[in-house]
Design a protein around this ligand. Structure first.
Ligand code: G3P
Ligand code: CA
Length: 305
């Protein structure tokens, strides 16, 4: 009798964690039809993602190879790349619609050919505005194309890519998928975590989802005031996305919990102070965008003890 009870207890102890784990992963994988077998461990809610926002952009000119390299050195899990498109249809890494803020040129990216864009200096502005981190090698640095970024960092790195202003660039999603396929960063034999695609535009994400429903997608949401989210909205996002991103200034613990309870990842942006990083981790976020990946790495390491 006692032996039988012991056996039952042991069986229960083995089964309960399996059931709980399966429930978490089922929620997570229900979005966009990714099977549990293809989910890379780093996209489970248990791995906290350190996303180098525009590279380690506190220390080097944003969206340059130098900034992305620093992001890798500072233990960023993902290189964040914002995409714009040139007049001749080339995807380039740049945050703004215009080149005004981050180069010595002026005008819309869409009005530059790649050859013209490559004439611009994308680094001197940083040296002038951030003398504490200025580096002579940044002067004259070029705007990289998406392909150049991938060629530089290869399949050993991971990319968190945003389709910016997709209404300005019809077809940018198709071109993005073409490039990711070309470099085998997506596809049947590639871990699904090599690339995460993000956008503020649900339409842009839907286009991507229709082109390839295995790619992990994150819906960015712009809140002007305190963030709230309904069950209906969460349900709609889960149809195509694995997670949500929003300004960390707009959210609270209840919001984070609600998103997590829905089985979605949550990656707030742009978190640069250690106190905010720690608070968000306490609230249960599953990663965050930061211009200071070194700081986030330190916070994460301090919590491992
Ligand atoms: O992509 C996350 C975050 O970068 C969104 O804001 O304006 O920096 O692209 P933004
Ligand atoms: Ca971005």
């Amino acid at each position: 009798m006692v032996i039988q009870m012991k056996k039952t207890l042991i069986t229960l102890l083995l089964i309960i964690p399996l059931v709980l784990f399966s429930s978490v992963t089922s929620n997570f994988s229900a979005a966009n039809g990714i099977s549990e077998a293809t989910i890379h461990p780093s996209l489970t809610p248990n791995k906290l993602l350190n996303v180098a926002h525009r590279g380690a952009s506190a220390y080097a000119p944003e969206h340059t190879i130098a900034s992305y390299k620093l992001g890798e050195e500072m233990k960023g899990d993902y290189i964040e790349v914002d995409l714009q498109m040139t007049e001749d249809g080339v995807l380039v890494a740049m945050h703004d619609l215009t080149v005004n803020r981050t180069t010595n040129g002026s005008g819309y990216v869409k009005d530059f050919t790649l050859k013209e864009l490559k004439q611009l200096d994308a680094g001197s502005w940083f040296n002038e505005q951030h003398p504490e981190y200025a580096n002579p090698s940044y002067a004259g640095i070029k705007v990289p194309t998406l392909e150049e970024v991938i060629q530089t960092f290869g399949k050993g790195s991971r990319y968190y890519i945003e389709t910016k202003s997709p209404n300005t660039y019809p077809g940018m999603e198709k071109e993005l998928i073409r490039i990711l396929n070309k470099y085998k960063l997506i596809g049947p034999n590639t871990p699904s975590s090599k690339v995460i695609l993000q956008s503020f535009s649900p339409e842009s994400l839907q286009i991507i989802h229709d082109l390839d429903n295995r790619i992990p997608l994150v819906q960015l949401i712009s809140y002007r005031t305190k963030a709230t989210i309904t069950d209906e909205e969460l349900h709609a996002y889960k149809e195509y996305a694995i997670g949500l991103g929003m300004s960390h200034h707009r959210i609270d613990q209840a919001y984070v919990q609600k998103v997590r309870d829905a089985g979605l990842l949550i990656h707030p942006y742009t978190v640069n102070e250690k106190a905010d990083m720690a608070k968000l981790l306490d609230w249960g976020v599953t990663g965050m965008f930061t211009n200071h990946p070194d700081r986030l790495q330190e916070v994460l390491e301090s919590r491992e003890d």
